[in-house]
Ligand binder design. Structure first.
Ligand code: NAD
Ligand code: IPM
Ligand code: MN
Length: 357
């Protein structure tokens, strides 16, 4: 019998609520496909700070390294917002990405026919959107040194460094072209090369890597223009490859286009490890009410089934079940529209599982 050892990190806010949904769905998949999931829950983020003082306890990292995959919900919340940057819940997430060398974050954004009414864009603009943001995840301004807060000339300054090494750009560019080959064969590389040296190098290396992928179209775009074009003509994008900060921003934008951030899953992958996490955060404004949209988390689990567990049929099963419940009009608050059924996190999960078994 096939087996998969999974580290489960519920984290903070709506994290535990949506993680419960993903686990329920995986249990249904387990029965249907005869795969055995071994779930090991551990602490990260604010929950870990409260219990141990550390947003990423050594024990959690060790467990993650011994697992086939990590499922993470979300971290962060007001309670920890006044801690210094390197002791906040978010630091736990950044550290696990870095320690597992998860250099690529795949964030697919696609328009659901049943959800066209939830998009802020006109239907003709959004219908048929199917894009993938590939965000560099372990470099750039998130990790660059020097960084800090200090006093200079009698006043406070804060600073960070946006830096990319050639090898970091090469590996993410290669991955983007390889993935584009199995899609619509178009890559948009997003940078700010008109202003930043780091982007000039980014553009040069991406162009170099492209030489071995002449069957794939490459276009370069400045990030400000890209933010605009994503709203104006989102259908023209296939694969977007970009650095850590630009990717963070553009993927939230993609989330809003296609209905809700609560719909957007992601896979953070490296050579050895993989972690699956929704694009959204801990949604403190709706935490504890049982109304969060579990779909981003469930779809992240589906990405795990496909990429790590090598069960693409099971992933398709989940996607199809989600299509069906959306068509039937089930909606959590974030995607609700008049004439549809407003449901809780649990009701949505139940409805999805009904179509899996
Ligand atoms: P957020 O993504 O948590 O929320 C933004 C908005 O989207 C909120 O109105 C929220 O209610 C809504 N939303 C998000 N996910 C939803 C879901 N599944 N269902 C329904 N509505 C949903 O971003 P924020 O408010 O800027 O950040 C809140 C906290 O989350 C912060 O501490 C931040 O650092 C953290 N954060 C964590 C992650 C992560 O763990 N991967 C990602 C982003 C933000
Ligand atoms: C995300 C989040 C994180 C990021 C934060 C919480 C560290 O916004 O996963 O998109 O900026 O990478
Ligand atoms: Mn983000």
């Amino acid at each position: 019998k096939k087996s998969c050892k999974i580290t489960v990190l519920p984290g903070d806010g709506i994290g535990p609520e949506i993680m419960e949904s993903a686990i329920e769905v995986l249990k249904a998949i387990s029965k249907k496909y005869g795969i055995n999931f071994e779930f090991h829950e551990a602490l990260i983020g604010g929950a870990a700070i409260d219990a141990t003082g550390d947003p990423l306890p050594e024990e959690t990292l060790k467990l993650a390294k011994e697992s086939d995959a990590v499922l993470l919900a979300a971290v962060g919340g007001e309670k920890w917002d006044n801690l210094p940057t390197d002791r906040r819940p978010e630091k736990g997430l950044l550290k696990i990405r870095k320690e597992l060398d998860l250099f690529a974050n795949l964030r697919p954004g696609k328009a659901y026919t049943a959800l066209l009414d939830a998009s802020p864009l006109k239907e003709n603009l959004i219908k048929g959107v199917d894009l993938l943001v590939i965000r560099e995840l372990t470099g750039g301004i998130y990790f660059g040194e020097p960084r800090g807060i200090e006093e200079r000339n009698g006043e406070k300054v804060g600073y960070n460094t946006m830096i990319y090494y050639e090898h970091e750009i090469k590996r993410i560019a290669k991955l983007a072209f390889d993935i584009a080959r199995n899609r619509r064969k178009k890559v948009t590389s997003v940078d700010k090369a008109n202003v930043l040296e780091v982007s000039a190098v980014w553009r040069e290396i991406v162009t170099e890597v492209h030489a071995e992928y002449q069957d794939v179209e490459l276009e370069h775009m400045y990030v400000d223009n890209c933010a605009m074009q994503l709203v104006r003509r989102p259908k023209d994008f296939d694969v977007i490859v970009t650095g850590n900060l630009f990717g963070d921003i553009l993927s939230d934008e993609a989330g809003a286009l296609t209905g809700s951030l609560g719909m957007l899953p992601s896979a953070s992958i490296g050579e050895r490890y993989a972690l699956y996490e929704p694009v959204h955060g801990s949604a403190p404004d709706i935490a504890g009410q049982g109304i969060a949209n579990p779909i981003a988390m469930i779809l992240s689990a589906a990405m795990m089934l496909e990429i790590t567990c090598k069960l693409p049929e099971a992933a398709r099963d989940i996607e199809n079940a989600i299509d069906k419940v959306l068509e039937e009009g089930y909606r959590t608050g974030d995607i609700w529209a008049p004439g549809t059924k407003k449901v809780s996190t649990k009701e949505m999960t139940k409805a999805i599982i009904k179509y899996i078994i």
